[in-house]
Design a protein around this ligand. Sequence first.
Ligand SMILES: *[C@@H]1O[C@H](CO)[C@@H](O)[C@H](O)[C@H]1NC(C)=O
Ligand SMILES: *[C@@H]1O[C@H](CO)[C@@H](O)[C@H](O)[C@H]1NC(C)=O
Ligand SMILES: *[C@@H]1O[C@H](CO)[C@@H](O)[C@H](O)[C@H]1NC(C)=O
Ligand SMILES: *[C@@H]1O[C@H](CO)[C@@H](O)[C@H](O)[C@H]1NC(C)=O
Ligand SMILES: *[C@@H]1O[C@H](CO)[C@@H](O)[C@H](O)[C@H]1NC(C)=O
Ligand SMILES: *[C@@H]1O[C@H](CO)[C@@H](O)[C@H](O)[C@H]1NC(C)=O
Ligand SMILES: *[C@@H]1O[C@H](CO)[C@@H](O)[C@H](O)[C@H]1NC(C)=O
Length: 592
Amino acid sequence: MIFPNGLALCVVMVFCCAVKWHRDPAMEGHMPRFAPIFILLALSGFILLICNITSLEKWNCQAMSTFYQIQSSIHSAFKTPETLLPVDLNHTYCAGLGREPTAEEAREMLYLLNSISWPGPLVPGLPLRLSSDPAQSYFVIRGPAEQQVGGQLVVDVLMLNFMGQPKKHGGDFLVARLHSPELGAGVAGRVHDHRNGNYTVLFPLLWVGVVQVELTMVHPSEAVVVLKRLRQEQPDRVYFKSLFRSGFLSETTVCNLCLPHKEQPLCNYSDPQTGEPWYCYKPKMLSCDTRINHSKGGYKKNLLTKYETQFFQSGVNIKVPIHSSGMDNVTVLPARKGPPKIRSNKFAPAGYYYQDTWRPLSGVVMRQFNDSSAITQCLKGKIIYMFGDSTVRQWFEYLNAFVPELKEFNLHSPKNVGPYMAVDTGHNILLSYRCHGPPIRFTSVSSSEMQYVANELDRIRGGSDTVVLVGVWSHFSTFPVEVYIRRLRHIRRAVVRLLNREPATLVIIRTANLQKLDPESSLFNSDWFSQQQDAVLRTMFRGINVRMLDAWEMTLAHHHPHLLHPPLTIIKNMVDLILSHICPVRKKKKRS
Ligand SMILES: *[C@@H]1O[C@H](CO)[C@@H](O)[C@H](O)[C@H]1NC(C)=O
Ligand SMILES: *[C@@H]1O[C@H](CO)[C@@H](O)[C@H](O)[C@H]1NC(C)=O
Ligand SMILES: *[C@@H]1O[C@H](CO)[C@@H](O)[C@H](O)[C@H]1NC(C)=O
Ligand SMILES: *[C@@H]1O[C@H](CO)[C@@H](O)[C@H](O)[C@H]1NC(C)=O
Ligand SMILES: *[C@@H]1O[C@H](CO)[C@@H](O)[C@H](O)[C@H]1NC(C)=O
Ligand SMILES: *[C@@H]1O[C@H](CO)[C@@H](O)[C@H](O)[C@H]1NC(C)=O
Ligand SMILES: *[C@@H]1O[C@H](CO)[C@@H](O)[C@H](O)[C@H]1NC(C)=O
């Protein structure tokens, strides 16, 4: 499909160049009259040939390339996944209350949902005693007690139930890290589910020293089944409300992406640009125009049956470590043959910690910005836009607190909600933060401040002095993944438009991170929801010229307990990584 368009594009480009040249006064009089036409013909023939042999993905037809890249990445992404599991498509959710997807959008949706499909329920109604018990499950390190840097550590995991019998099916949600506490080193592992109760975890061996395996069962498969059910059947388990006011009258009604609208009339606040749906029940006395603000209504209670509750017990089956049946560590020796080569592939980790400092494995060389003047130097002349949830706001807060020259401009914004702005007029630095549009669980956002990231991006000119940081994930965990996919699609399109306007714009996307879980918060914020969103996010932005900030691995690999808002030490690493992208170290020319 792409090829004929590309050909046409190249022809047009050559034609434009030739016309421009023809008009160029410097050239006038120095050429025979028909020369431009001959040149045009010759050139277009040449370009046609090149276009024919060079795939457009490699051929950098600058302005249009982003569009083609994204198209082709989506097309190539449509290859059938290895194993097709039934997809949880819920057509009834928001049916008639959102914009109909196009055929292309529906295909992409199906592909993405397939790519994150999770097995289960494999044995419906399994009693607790036959469900996964992390205390009895164990892992075994494969291979010798001494291994080498550059190699791979393989760990076998055997899941047992509370009766001490091996599990016969997979689907447990496990996370793993390999670490050396005294070195401040850590890296995330990759877990492979064999779907028979056995799992394999792979870790790259990246540093010399004693390394320990840390394995955690976040949820048993029996709990994941419950989370899947909640996501589809209880999308309003976090609910929202709005205050309507006019003169002395005020009313509060319930709002959401979707509302059962048979009984009561609705106010439609869907976004005209993106089509993102948002509704409130119409107040009895007031009109829809009188909406003042938006806020979290609350969390629904009694979501689980008595049976389901058993699979969400702190200290029993939520985020419980799995121990080794023997050794939990190996000694890593220097590589025998020269320094190790770390292949960056789609399974390689994004980076690792060493001396509590993040070291990315590809993309950028990490710099340390320990004093504020280095940050000021780096940000000189830049405009930094931050959009998203409170996990992005943490970067604003860090920079604002750490760099004294940056003065926060008081916009009289409510605490934690924003928008925020900080300026350093001396160095021409502008820093801003704005939260994403609904659903957002903040205490109270003025209706005038409820803006969608995609629309905000459309208002940015962009350029080499513009940095855009986006992190949208946490407030979507209670909705079907379709809602998140749709939101990301709109953001992606706006990013592509921005990069098309100004390809030099630096765009960094933050992924989800792990957090502290208890029986209650698991139902709303489980890492399992985040992990699913995270996978979708990575696929959505594949092939687009954005940088990923892998908050998932940066929180998993770190020794600090998981928190929704990662601690300062991780935030510093994230900000240093962002600054390293903004102000990369100059590459030394290699001599060979
Ligand atoms: C382009 O390649 C196709 C087949 O690969 C060939 O049929 C066609 O003639 C080529 N066109 C030009 C202009 O070279
Ligand atoms: C709400 O408004 C949007 C856009 O303005 C429109 O597409 C949608 O159909 C409306 N919803 C309903 C239920 O009328
Ligand atoms: C799981 O691994 C153990 C140990 O390697 C092996 O004995 C067992 O047969 C495996 N289970 C299945 C179902 O393959
Ligand atoms: C789809 O969602 C609705 C509520 O939004 C729920 O009643 C229904 O059971 C769900 N269907 C499936 C197949 O999950
Ligand atoms: C490594 O494992 C061995 C055997 O379990 C244990 O004795 C030793 O203390 C461990 N070393 C470290 C550094 O944890
Ligand atoms: C920054 O601080 C860390 C930890 O204090 C230190 O290890 C590192 O060498 C420092 N880097 C620079 C460039 O000052
Ligand atoms: C909404 O606005 C009203 C009036 O400004 C304010 O009193 C209230 O705290 C805000 N938030 C909520 C949740 O109603």
